[in-house]
Ligand binder design. Structure first.
Ligand SMILES: *Cc1c(COP(=O)(O)O)cnc(C)c1O
Length: 382
């Protein structure tokens, strides 16, 4: 399908080429060089105190390294939010560890802290304490970090924060990705900013960052020849990609503002329809970058559904997408444990992600509004 209006597509600032050119001119085109150092510094300055950032080839690679650094090994249990993209949990399988999924709460759609504790207690009762917890800030909405951190500390289990969708989102004024023992970011093409493909691992101190770089560059021990005493990975970001990242960092705050404006646009659009809810910040403690604006549609007597709206948008060349299908319902994870009460499943069934890119124009929005209202109007008139 050739969509005229996309869900979330790359949006260049114009300065990327300058940094790419620097890399080419200096011949630092591999995964070493000034752009990498500067991009990491930009991210560290942006994220705030105690964030030590390693630029990597993807967000998935960052989660994998976080698990390795948290000591996750074959047969260990790792707890992960069920309502997320599969990349949050695939690295658990790379480590031959066991994924244990936990349901969402209704306020932020992220991991339910009460169910997290239940899952931990049950796993301990069955003889094995989980090795790590992966919390997601889904669609950019911050999770209930105070409650989740409290559980992670109480049971002394490292918390990995998947902030792939949440660059710039804050909880109580602190940037998402900086709460956990490790945080991860993604710079894939559809995320807040892109490096054409890339990610980052956020560590709490410089020693951990150096360890991450060591592991991401094939774990070469200090010797004249290639000496290896640990498993290494080829996970570093290229210096050319980091150049794109530097250009993108200059416009990040502007892009967040644009996505927040788009969220407001949708709230106004759906306001007269009480069977449509837009996912919103539960209180002033939460500030979402609104990476994607998501709605919930209760099918009413006219049988208007989120899938119906998706199809109607598609006929008009507007892209929308169902929410992430909960991972405990995915064939690849079908044998995994799940602690929950059907909240994620219900959110998934009623949900839809709407076009939210920072490059949406006013003309795009007017057209989206027209097409959405066309679909909803029959019930509105009743
Ligand atoms: C995009 C995404 C990832 C993976 O990031 P990549 O850079 O695409 O590997 C992980 N988790 C979530 C929640 C994501 O949305």
């Amino acid at each position: 399908m050739d969509f005229k209006i996309k869900l979330s597509s790359p949006h260049m600032s114009g300065d990327e080429l300058k940094y790419i050119q620097d890399a080419l001119d200096s011949n630092w085109v591999a995964p070493v060089g000034n752009n990498i150092i500067c991009f990491e510094r930009d991210l560290e300055a942006y994220l705030g105190e105690n964030s030590h950032v390693t630029a990597l080839s993807s967000g998935t690679a960052a989660i994998h390294l976080a698990l390795v650094m948290a000591g996750v090994k074959e047969g260990d249990a790792v707890i992960c939010q069920s309502l997320t993209f599969a990349a949050s949990a695939f690295p658990i399988l790379y480590q031959k560890a066991i994924a244990v999924f936990v349901d969402s709460e209704k306020d932020t759609w992220n991991m339910d802290p009460v169910l997290l504790e239940e899952a931990i207690q049950d796993r301990i009762a069955k003889g094995k304490k989980p090795k790590a917890i992966i919390v997601i800030h889904i669609f950019g909405m911050p999770a209930k970090m105070d409650e989740l951190l409290q559980v992670s500390k109480k049971y002394d289990i490292p918390l990995i924060e998947d902030a792939a969708e949440a660059l710039g989102s804050t909880y109580k004024g602190q940037k998402c990705g900086t709460f956990g023992d490790f945080g991860i970011l993604s710079f894939n093409g559809n995320k807040m900013i892109t490096t054409s493909g890339g990610g980052a691992l956020i560590c709490k101190d410089e020693k951990l960052k150096q360890k991450a770089i060591f592991l991401a560059t094939q774990a070469k021990d200090d010797a004249i020849w290639y000496e290896h005493s640990e498993i290494g990975f080829n996970y570093r970001l290229s210096n050319i990609s980091a150049g794109i990242g530097r250009g993108q960092m200059q416009v990040l705050d502007d892009y967040i503002e644009r996505r927040r404006q788009t969220n407001l646009f949708y709230k106004t659009l759906f306001q007269p329809y009480d069977f449509v809810q837009v996912l919103s910040e539960p209180s002033s403690n939460f500030c979402s970058n609104y990476w994607l604006t998501c709605i919930q549609m209760e099918s009413n007597k006219n049988n208007k559904t989120s899938l119906g709206l998706l199809k109607h948008l598609e006929e008009n060349h507007i892209e929308s997408k169902p929410l992430w299908k909960p991972l405990h319902l995915q064939p690849i994870f079908k044998n995994c444990l799940f602690y929950g009460k059907g909240v994620a499943e219900d959110i998934f069934k009623k949900g839809l992600c709407l076009p939210s890119g920072s490059n949406l124009t006013e003309t795009d929005k007017a057209f989206i509004a027209e097409v959405v209202l066309e679909y909803l109007d029959a019930c509105h008139l009743e």
